[in-house]
Design a protein around this ligand. Structure first.
Ligand SMILES: [Zn+2]
Length: 669
């Protein structure tokens, strides 16, 4: 289950991206909205008054599925909207004073589809409802949105008895009468959109004071089947808030809620996180994803990324949450996470990733590896470069200067420059604006000096050269020591004086540097084939139902359209996904001239999946299954295990997995 959870555990911030950059236009509460939802009939009925800031023309946008009963300013109806496939848009000319627009609308929401997986939930922006859960993301345009204006709001939610609902913000009143539940929320800061959530929740509330002395209401909105988990979650929230108050600055809100979802989501919004029921049930979420989501109240929902110029918030949140927890666990746990990041990145086919500065949100595997993992590693290298104290000051400065405003990568650079007194333009430019990563190697090394106590070393890197600090560990008769060497050209010579005779050199064995691992350093993992658009799927002697199942499996595994061929039609050096039956896979591989089966036990489970390196540096992934049914059983689980080198399945249950061992670059004397 780890792969699946890791994918879910990585959260996504919800942003509407209306191109909101004009923060000056932010009125405290420029929306006052009342919405009644009936999950049983899926009807929504709502009204709103919107205050439009003076000065600039704007547009009002509402989803196409809604019918407008009235839209008027100062009693005068607006002109008819322009109608698009998904939305209807009213244009408003600039006016010297603020205007109030009154809108009433209604419509039928989409039925909640709880068969979606995490990736589909992320890309699905329909406003959906059912008795077990309602989710109206801002991006679904469920209410009239003002283009280019960030707003505070007041929202009143009206639901049938038994249901509870919320939006990000402070709960200012709630009541239950006449068979209806009503709750009113206030959000006093500029925000890019309103996400509404409802469900048959049992609500637990705890009032606390944070480390900085702020009174805070913690709540869980949990489905009845997980209500018993509330106490444990409420305990954990306080620890995280205290931690980040000490590191960054005071928690910016008066509440925090954990809300369960019938779909496998992982969303962070101001004042709340929205996590799948099955995710919340996992014991380790409290020690990992929960902290990540809480930290988003500072990074992402406290300081907003300037989405047009790249989203830095997932990178910084991953570094200060997921990675920081591994560091706290110990050096070996932190190294394991760095190895996962570098191995995953090295599995992305060269030339197919985008620069970090272009990352806005997670849409597929490769963008997650860049936006979260590569980004987090850049913060790790930055901390190494300027030191922990300056790094912490930079973090605090960023918070102080940009709280409730948007900040770009350039703003982050300036915060760290001010804190460290160093020019960081080269550092940020090379890691943000370039795709890919450097590839570094020991070009030559030789012993010199008396008793081999001196090493002459040449490091080389691929062009265009990066400016970087390369750790080299020297194993000597007296133990090991690590030197950090500055490499900025494509080659550089170094002379190292030692206290004892050198035995061997290892290049960055602790994986401190973001780089593309060499073939031997990075063991092949399933992702290498899954992410490669050039990959070819081969049905190894399959026909009928087994071939159909193989095609569905290939489709589920790839982000790209599936291409099925025979091996004879496939040029050498192309990554291969081979799907066959356990009974004849070995003979088939040998006839095709492909690498043989690794030393995995035979006949275990109903299917095995493994990787092997192909001669031209690419890799192949082999799925061998008992029969068509065993292939079909992999369609749902297998896409989540891209980080593994081999797996054994019994039906759709994974019973064994692992990664082939990694080998650091070693130069022996
Ligand atoms: Zn996140």
């Amino acid at each position: 289950m780890i792969g699946l959870l890791r994918r879910i555990g990585v959260c996504a911030l919800i942003a509407v991206c209306l191109g909101a950059t004009s923060l000056g236009a932010a009125a405290a509460q420029s929306y006052d909205l009342t919405v009644a939802i009936d999950p049983a009939t899926r009807e929504l009925r709502a009204s709103a008054s919107l205050v439009i800031a003076p000065g600039a023309p704007t547009e009002i946008i509402l989803g196409r599925r809604f019918q407008v009963d009235a839209i008027a300013t100062d009693g005068r109806a607006l002109n008819a909207p322009r109608v698009y496939a998904e939305s209807q848009v009213w244009s408003l000319a600039a006016a010297p004073g603020a205007r109030v627009i009154e809108v009433r609308w209604h419509g039928l929401l989409a039925p909640l589809d709880n068969t979606l997986d995490a990736r589909q939930v992320l890309s699905n922006s329909l406003p959906a409802t059912a008795s077990e859960g309602t989710f109206l993301p801002a991006a679904s345009q469920w209410y009239p949105q003002l283009r280019g204006q960030m707003n505070g709001y007041l929202v009143t939610i009206d639901l049938p008895q038994g249901q509870r609902g919320l939006v990000p913000g402070r709960l200012i009143e709630e009541s239950e009468n006449g068979g209806r539940y009503r709750a009113r929320f206030e959000f006093a800061h500029p925000t890019e959109g309103i996400d509404l959530i409802a469900g048959p929740y049992q609500v637990e509330t705890r009032s606390i004071r944070t480390a900085a002395g702020t009174p805070l209401a913690l709540r869980t909105y949990f489905h009845p089947q997980i209500a018993a988990l509330a106490t444990g979650y409420l305990d954990s929230v306080k620890d995280y808030i205290d931690l980040y108050e000490r590191l960054i600055g005071a928690y910016p809100y008066t509440e925090f809620s954990i809300v369960s979802s019938p779909t496998p989501t992982g969303f962070g919004m101001p004042t709340l996180t929205y996590l799948g029921i099955d995710v919340l049930r996992l014991p380790f979420i409290r020690t990992s994803s929960l902290g990540h989501e809480i930290l988003h109240n500072w990074w992402g929902n406290g300081v907003y990324p300037d989405y047009q110029h790249g989203n830095w918030s997932e990178a910084l949140t991953t570094f200060m949450a997921d990675y920081a927890y591994r560091e706290r666990e110990g050096a070996e746990a932190a190294r394991r996470m760095r190895l996962e990041w570098l191995r995953d990145f090295s599995a992305v086919p060269a030339g197919t990733d985008r620069p970090l500065a272009e990352f806005t949100s997670r849409t597929h595997g490769a963008s997650q590896i860049v936006g979260y993992d590569k980004g987090a590693m850049i913060f790790l290298m930055l901390r190494g470069l300027i030191g922990g104290a300056a790094f912490e000051q930079g973090i605090q400065r960023l918070w102080r200067d940009y709280r409730f405003r948007s900040a770009s990568w350039d703003d982050l650079r300036r915060s760290f420059e001010a804190a460290s007194g160093r020019d960081l333009s080269t550092f940020f430019a090379q890691w943000l604006r370039r795709a890919g990563a450097p590839q570094v190697r020991i070009a030559t090394a030789a012993l010199s000096g008396a008793g081999g106590r001196e090493v002459q070393l040449t490091l080389a890197q691929t062009e265009p050269a990066y400016s970087m600090r390369v750790p080299v560990t020297i194993r000597t008769e007296g133990g090991a020591e690590t030197r950090v060497l500055d490499l900025s050209g494509s080659r550089a010579n170094f002379s190292l004086e030692l206290n004892a005779r050198a035995l061997a050199l290892e290049l960055d064995p602790d994986l401190q540097l973001f780089r593309r691992l060499n073939a031997g350093e990075a063991p092949p993992i399933l992702r290498q084939v899954m992410l490669d658009p050039a990959a070819i799927t081969v049905g190894a002697g399959l026909s009928g139902a087994a071939l159909d199942a193989a095609r569905s499996l290939a489709d589920a595994l790839s982000d790209h359209p599936v291409r099925m061929r025979s091996v004879a039609q496939t040029p050498a050096g192309v990554p291969l996904l081979i799907i066959g039956l356990s009974s004849d896979i070995e003979g088939w591989l040998s006839r095709a001239g492909l690498p043989g089966r690794p030393g995995l036990p035979r006949g275990k489970g109903s299917a095995m999946v493994w990787t092997a390196a192909l001669p031209q540096g690419k890799s192949m992934m082999v799925v061998e299954a008992r029969d068509a049914q065993a292939i079909a059983a992999l369609v749902r689980p297998l896409p989540h295990y891209g980080r593994q080198s081999y797996l054994v399945f019994d039906g759709s249950a994974m019973i064994e997995s692992g990664v082939w061992p990694a080998q650091p670059q070693v130069w022996r004397f």
